[in-house]
Design a protein around this ligand. Structure first.
Ligand code: F6R
Length: 613
């Protein structure tokens, strides 16, 4: 969740590079910020609770001299946001500075051991222990790297770490276990970072580190080792060179392009991102391989977290309704409830925009341990999911910076719908010409999404939800899944308690909450005309009812008390309904957040990529 950057340069002061990197990383976590810079003599640390911009101007970071440095944006796990808990953390002598993303499971044990050995720990964090542990190990080691490796081998849990040591002012040490970390290979400098956007302005040559790897960079050298039972084994130069890949997307793709917030930029980008997902995958043979796995497996488990889980729900719907295949949706953090029931004849489809979500990766590892085959669906090339899955498909949606997932949701749906159609062919439900027709109809999605965005911007009020602190977002069939995602968006950025459940459930309890003007939104998809009854029930109790539906889908009976919002027609094709309805709710959440004075790119307590348990 935290963001890390470290740069060492042969001739440039690195503070401005680190500042820019911190701005690019802020979406990962933003409760506190810190920087460590080594000039030729000593390591100095600046850190504070608060956001990146205030921090950079308060300490005039850009003007600090020094050719090696670290930066960190924090998303609190151990200890509340505060100056003292901000990273970098130092050892007792103030010579070693550490930044870290992850959670150490053996935090309590390590802390008591270190305290018994006389270390005075000043913060509540697990990260500070790493600095003290390295300091402690230097007494038993012949080099700093040996001490670093010994310390790393004592860590349990997840970590991406970058470390500087005052005695080696041109070197950054790093280690990775279950938290993302990449190396940027530059000209006259090298860098480490938790995310590619932090360094892509400076280099497009990236090495993705694997779990269990550690090493160091200097301005002219990258050395990577694996921690094995037999000790440290160096990754040879040829292998390392072959792991360098080039980032194709541009810096502009990760900047705001004149929009006030990334979230709006990414909502508006959906016609392009959906098209890119469609065109980039439609003829990819990997989809056929996945389809044949799905058509022949015993069980299909579809897993992910948050928005990715909601895309997974849509997938289970299409798998059943297009391909006739039953699948089990599973929130990734709940993987244990199915772990014992999974076998090698099963397939797990793991969906994750970032490919780094801890819960999803844990589920993948557990199911792989049972012999299941894993299909990874991700947006990030080289992500942990892409490396752990047996087969990976990419969303090709471009970088998503806004914390709230928007364009990646519609791209996930596009990709998963393509997979459902190919699975139908493999399962013998659709012939070649029918598959062709189904695929061709999806080509309408970018235009539908564009029109839906335009109409939504026009019809949604800034304070659509008024002073209400709660709302229901309901649907049936496919609409129930779209409604779930809608409610998540409204909760996470507008801080309105939006609850979602299948509309038919209202009469079994939730309708008790309805009083005059209680906002109830319906995502009405064409598969569920029965929703009309639920709309009437709500309207009859005085709720403020809004029905969002494709224009060419007529409700069986009119409900005069309900406001009907017409979204673009979807050619009577249920596969196109998500593109007509989803932008409405994204824009509602966005407008509501901005009008209430919240920054939709930085929702409180959230981070873009959740790399902790
Ligand atoms: C919601 C949101 C989160 C993520 C979730 C999974 O807007 O962004 O709910 O969807 O944390 O993230 P990924 O898809 O990266 O695994």
């Amino acid at each position: 969740m935290c963001g890390i950057i470290g740069v060492c340069s042969v001739d440039r002061n690195v503070a401005p590079m680190i500042s820019l990197g911190l701005r690019r990383l802020e979406y990962r976590g933003y409760d506190s910020v810190g920087v460590a810079i080594i000039d030729e003599r000593n390591v100095q640390v600046w850190k504070a609770k608060g956001d990146v911009d205030s921090f950079l101007s308060r300490f005039k970071i850009d003007s600090i001299a020094g050719k090696t440095g670290l930066g960190h944006t924090r998303w609190a796990t151990h200890g509340p946001p505060s100056d003292v808990n901000a990273h970098p953390h130092m050892d007792c002598r103030g010579k070693i500075a550490v930044v870290h993303n992850g959670v150490l499971r053996n935090f309590v044990t390590l802390r008591s051991i270190l305290e018994l050995r006389g270390h005075s720990i000043v913060s509540d964090t697990d990260t500070e222990l790493i600095a003290h542990l390295i300091e402690d190990e230097t007494q038993f080691s012949s080099s700093f790297f040996e001490a670093f490796a010994r310390a790393v081998s004592r860590l349990e849990g997840s970590y991406a770490i970058a470390v500087v040591n005052e005695e080696e002012p041109h070197r950054i040490y790093f280690a990775r276990m279950k938290s993302p970390l990449v190396i940027g290979v530059g000209g006259g400098f090298n860098a480490v970072a938790s995310d590619i956007p932090a360094i892509v302005e400076y280099t497009r040559r990236i090495i993705v580190l694997n779990d269990g790897e550690l090493g160091w960079i200097t301005p002219g050298e990258v050395r990577v080792f694996r921690l094995t039972d037999e000790g440290l084994v160096e990754v040879d130069r040829e292998e390392l060179l072959s792991r360098i890949f080039f980032i194709e997307w541009s810096v502009e793709a990760a900047s705001k392009h004149g929009y006030p917030y990334f979230m709006m930029k990414e909502i508006v980008e959906q016609p392009d991102s959906v098209r890119s997902t469609y065109e980039g995958n439609v003829s990819d043979p990997v989809l056929k391989a996945i389809a044949s796995l799905l058509a022949t497996s015993d069980n299909i488990i579809v897993t992910g977290a948050g928005t990715s889980y909601h895309a997974g729900l849509v997938f289970t719907y299409y798998l059943a309704n297009i391909a006739g295949r039953h699948s089990i949706p599973l929130i990734a953090s709940e993987y244990k409830i199915l772990e014992r029931a999974v076998s090698k004849r099963d397939v797990v489809v793991a969906i994750s925009q970032s490919g780094e979500t801890f819960d999803t990766l844990e589920a993948v590892r557990a199911f792989k341990g049972k012999g299941a085959r894993v299909v990874g669906v991700t947006n990030v090339v080289g992500s942990a999911l892409s490396r752990e899955a047996d087969i990976t498909v990419y969303m090709r949606a471009g970088p998503e910076i806004g914390v709230a997932a928007t364009k990646t949701f519609t791209s996930q749906i596009m990709l998963l719908t393509l997979i459902s159609i190919y699975t139908a062919r493999e399962a013998g439900l659709l012939g070649d010409s029918e598959v062709e027709a189904e695929i061709a109809s999806l080509a309408e999605a970018p235009d539908i999404v564009r029109e839906s965005i335009e109409r939504s911007i026009e019809v949604i009020n800034d304070r659509e939800l008024g002073e209400h602190r709660s709302a229901y977002i309901l649907g049936r069939g496919l609409g129930a899944h779209i409604a779930k995602e809608a409610a998540l968006k409204i909760k996470e950025i507008a801080y309105v308690h939006a609850e979602s459940y299948p509309a038919g459930e209202s009469k079994h309890g939730p309708i008790a909450l309805i009083d005059k003007e209680f906002p109830v939104y319906f995502a009405a998809t064409r598969d569920s005309p029965e929703i009309t009854g639920n709309i009437m029930e709500m309207a009859a109790r005085g709720a403020r009812v809004v029905v969002v539906k494709p224009e060419d889908y007529k409700l069986p009976v009119g409900v005069k008390e309900a406001k009907i919002v017409e979204m673009p027609p979807t050619k009577k094709d249920i596969k196109l309904d998500p593109y007509a309805l989803t932008p409405y709710f994204q824009i509602l959440a966005y407008k509501e957040a901005v009008a209430r004075g919240y920054n939709p790119d930085k929702p409180r307590n959230l981070a873009k990529t959740v790399t902790v348990e």
